[in-house]
Write a protein that binds this ligand. Structure first.
Ligand code: NAD
Ligand code: 6OH
Length: 484
């Protein structure tokens, strides 16, 4: 049986206990994972502290950047290993892991390596009333030890989205990947070693949340900041846990994202885009659209066309190049999604397609697949319209005016992403600017430029990462004022 270990101070180490890593496509055990106990989490934090006093601290930004490019090289060299590990852990199709997750991991290191070399900071020439002048300039310093806690939906992409800028800024990190998807975090340790990242700079501790490695990390007094992506209620628990030691947090949390489709959209582009926005990664992307609003004139045509798309998706084995969708991540998550399918019908939804478990007559029946699902007919007040489901499901509702569409889209406590589909770019700008979210796409979805601000409002998070926003979170600024 394959074993996945912790990585502490440059060594792969076993934990005191093990837990099973399960393939969601067929329920088989892929590996046994070492769970780090409190002492091992402390060892990882101490290793990171020690690394901050060593070679890593003496490297300039240029040399750190060079090493991060080497991490990207090492990821690319192991491309197939990363893809295989990611599809086994998540069940996502190989086409997705090889087009999105693994290339993005390498890109995260390259982008932040380049950015940290190029970025400057403001300086001010200050005049005082008595005629004396002063010069103010700020310098960046690392925060110290950054705790990184990540979810299971895009494990390597999201881990590197945080680890790359944290390392670029000169921090040392302790990563706690999701217990559902531990493999690529440990594999990344091999890339770190090959790239010459000094021991203790990148550490991995495996385990769970409350009462396990996740909580031990957030509580640790010598961890200087926590960056977290995951569920909103976990974010709330982490906030409580870090309060005692007043750690800065960066939170990318859940969403209940809306798509607004106007009758003048390019129907084919919009259908392809919405199909991705609803079903990509089996709907397990925080940015996925679970609420789709369509101008009444094209409502019926659109719903029928989206139904056809949903029914044409191939729920395949992850390793099959022709698979469009894999399973959900786990049996409990499937229970949660199915409970919302049940609730939707109780709340008065009409099932356009799906709503159940597909039947394969092979080992996939032991996995955690669900049918791509579309509903109509729910009132805006329904729980299924308010709560994040995180599966391959959307509700489609008609609207008559732009104002009504904006009102419905914004009627949520979340505020991560929105997409607007129209050929009228003036309207695209106008509507986009009214969205109470962190990210609005017009005529596209999940089109990423890593220099742009990324994050959410309301229950969707705290702060922004991306580009200089990441550098600002992962560093402390020291303003120096010199009297001239
Ligand atoms: P989760 O919150 O259950 O778990 C995320 C991580 O937090 C895991 O590593 C888990 O072990 C850890 N954790 C759980 N409880 C903890 C605690 N008390 N203390 C410390 N760590 C703890 O999330 P998930 O189910 O893995 O991921 C799905 C969720 O993530 C969805 O809500 C989705 O919207 C959200 N998400 C958001 C974004 C974004 O950028 N906004 C991106 C991806 C996923
Ligand atoms: C959430 O599931 C997706 C998050 C994506 C990113 O953080 C990103 O940088 O693309």
């Amino acid at each position: 049986m394959k074993r996945i270990q912790n990585y502490i101070d440059g060594q792969f180490v076993s934990g005191v206990r093990e837990f099973a890593d399960i393939n969601p496509a067929d329920g088989a055990i892929i590996a046994q994972v070492s769970e780090a106990d409190k002492a091992q989490v402390n060892d990882a934090v101490q290793a990171a502290r020690c690394a901050l006093r060593g070679e890593w601290a003496r490297l300039g930004a240029r040399e750190r950047a060079a090493r991060l490019h080497r991490v990207a090289d090492a990821i690319e060299k192991r491309f197939d290993c990363f893809v295989q590990a990611e599809i086994a852990d998540t069940g996502k199709p190989i086409s997705l892991a090889s087009k999105l997750d693994v290339p993005r991991a390498a890109a995260n290191f390259r982008v932040f390596a380049d950015l940290v070399k190029m970025s400057g900071l403001e300086s001010f020439h200050t005049e005082t009333p008595n005629g004396a002048n002063a010069l103010n300039y700020a310098i960046r310093k690392p925060l110290g030890v950054v705790g990184i806690i990540t979810p299971w939906n895009l494990p390597l992409l999201l881990l590197t989205w945080k680890a790359a800028p944290a390392l670029a800024c000169g921090n040392a990190v302790v990563v706690k990947p999701s217990e559902e998807t531990p493999a690529t975090a440990t594999l990344l340790a091999e890339a770190m070693q090959e790239a010459g990242i000094p021991r203790g700079v990148y550490n991995v501790v495996h385990g769970f949340g409350a009462g396990s490695a996740g909580e031990f990390l957030t509580q640790h007094p010598e961890v200087n900041a926590i960056t977290f992506t995951g569920e909103t209620k976990t974010g709330a628990a982490i906030m409580k846990s870090v309060a005692a030691t007043v750690k800065p947090v960066s939170f990318e949390l859940g969403g209940k994202n809306a798509a607004i489709i106007f009758a003048d959209c390019d129907l084919e582009t919009t259908l392809a885009g919405i199909s991705e926005a609803v079903f990509l990664n089996t709907g397990q992307v925080c940015l996925c659209a679970e609420r789709v609003y369509v101008e009444r004139k094209i409502f019926t045509v659109f719903v029928n066309a989206l139904k056809k798309k949903a029914e044409s998706l191939n729920l395949g084995w992850p390793a099959d190049a022709n698979s469009d969708l894999g399973p959900l991540i786990s049996a409990p998550h499937r229970e949660k999604v199915l409970s919302y399918f049940h609730l939707a019908t109780q709340e008065g939804a009409k099932v356009v397609t799906g709503g159940g478990i597909p039947k394969f007559d092979d080992k996939r029946d032991d996995g955690f697949y669900v049918q791509p699902t579309i509903y109509t007919g729910l009132p805006e007040s329904a729980r299924c319209m308010k709560e994040e489901i995180f599966g391959p499901v959307c509700h489609v509702a008609p609207f008559d005016s732009e104002e009504e569409a904006v009102g419905m889209a914004n009627d949520t406590e979340y505020g991560l992403a929105a997409s607007i589909w129209t050929s009228d770019l003036k309207r695209g700008h106008r509507v986009a600017q009214q969205m109470n979210v962190g990210i609005t796409w017009v005529n596209c979805w999940f089109l990423r430029d890593l220099r742009t601000p990324f994050g959410g409002v309301g229950l969707s998070g705290i702060g922004r990462e991306g580009g200089v926003h990441s550098l600002n979170f992962y560093s402390e600024l020291n303003n120096v004022c010199i009297k001239l």
